[in-house]
Design a protein around this ligand. Structure first.
Ligand SMILES: Nc1ncnc2c1ncn2[C@@H]1O[C@H](COP(=O)(O)OP(=O)(O)OP(=O)(O)O)[C@@H](O)[C@H]1O
Length: 251
């Protein structure tokens, strides 16, 4: 097993609010890792540290180290544009840009300097095929993305991230706004994509964590209580607090 990320003594604050407390945690390459825990325990904050999305928030401050491969991404010298290309993010609510389907996918590659029309056409087709959307939209690439169903929009957002060829996909409750069938499609997609990408998913849904993830991390009040293979976590949790949470005694 190869570590894709390794957090060492990570502490994170929103002003006075100490949100992540001395997190030490490795995330394996080419695996799906779920982050679970009650509301407000810091899952999203941890996820957003992995591509420095929290930089956008005033008052936010991180201490410690997060290695992506062997490079500490918390250093001020990190090129965050390049980092976010390597570590893409999908949000809770599908958020396509208010433009057509084609341009949604072409946007990232164009920003990163690709101008050749054939090359962009190929990227659009490849990315939409990767999320199983190509056949559904190939005849209406010039239609507004906002006209797609919620589930299709979420897969489009995943395709948009894939178009810039990231190494990691961060997903913050990617199915919480979706119906059960769209949820199933996104879950199947996650399982499919893990051959090629390291995936980290925040989820409120423990059944979902059990279905899709190889590893599960349980957070509580800003601490990492337990991290292990998902099957072990759900069957033989090591910590009493994990057991109480997964058996529904709180949260
Ligand atoms: N932008 C922000 N500014 C200030 N405090 C914040 C901000 N975002 C989150 N917090 C606080 O940080 C703590 C952790 O929030 P976070 O969203 O990471 O938790 P979470 O486990 O993802 O919760 P949920 O499951 O409800 O999304 C909470 O106390 C929250 O109020």
């Amino acid at each position: 097993m190869v570590n894709k990320f390794k957090a060492e003594n990570l502490n994170f604050y929103y002003g006075e609010n100490h949100v992540l407390k001395n997190i030490n945690m490795a995330i394996q390459s080419s695996q799906v890792t779920s982050l679970i825990g009650p509301s407000g325990c810091g899952k999203t904050t941890f996820l957003r540290n992995l591509n420095r999305m929290n930089d956008l928030i005033e008052e936010a401050r991180a201490e410690g180290r997060i290695f992506l491969d062997n490079e500490n991404i918390l250093l001020p010298t990190t090129d965050v544009v390049e980092l976010r290309k390597r570590v893409g993010m999908v949000f809770q609510k599908p958020n396509p840009f208010p433009m057509n389907i084609y341009d949604n996918i072409a946007y990232g590659p164009r920003i990163h300097g690709i101008r050749n029309k054939t090359e962009i056409d190929n990227i659009v087709e490849r990315s939409l095929k990767a999320v199983g959307l190509w056949n559904e939209v190939k005849d209406r690439l010039k239609d507004l993305a906002l006209g797609l169903s919620g589930g299709q929009q979420q897969r489009l957002c995943i395709a948009r991230v894939l178009a810039v060829e990231p190494e990691v996909l961060l997903m913050d409750e990617p199915c919480s706004a979706l119906d059960p069938i769209s949820t199933m499609k996104v879950e199947e997609l996650i399982l499919d994509l893990k051959q090629q990408y390291t995936i980290v998913v925040v989820t409120h849904n423990m059944q979902q964590a059990a279905r899709i993830s190889d590893y599960t991390a349980f957070f509580l009040s800003g601490e990492l209580v337990e991290l292990g293979p998902t099957v072990e976590m759900f069957h033989t949790p090591k910590d009493k607090r994990t057991e109480d949470y997964i058996t529904g005694r709180f949260g």
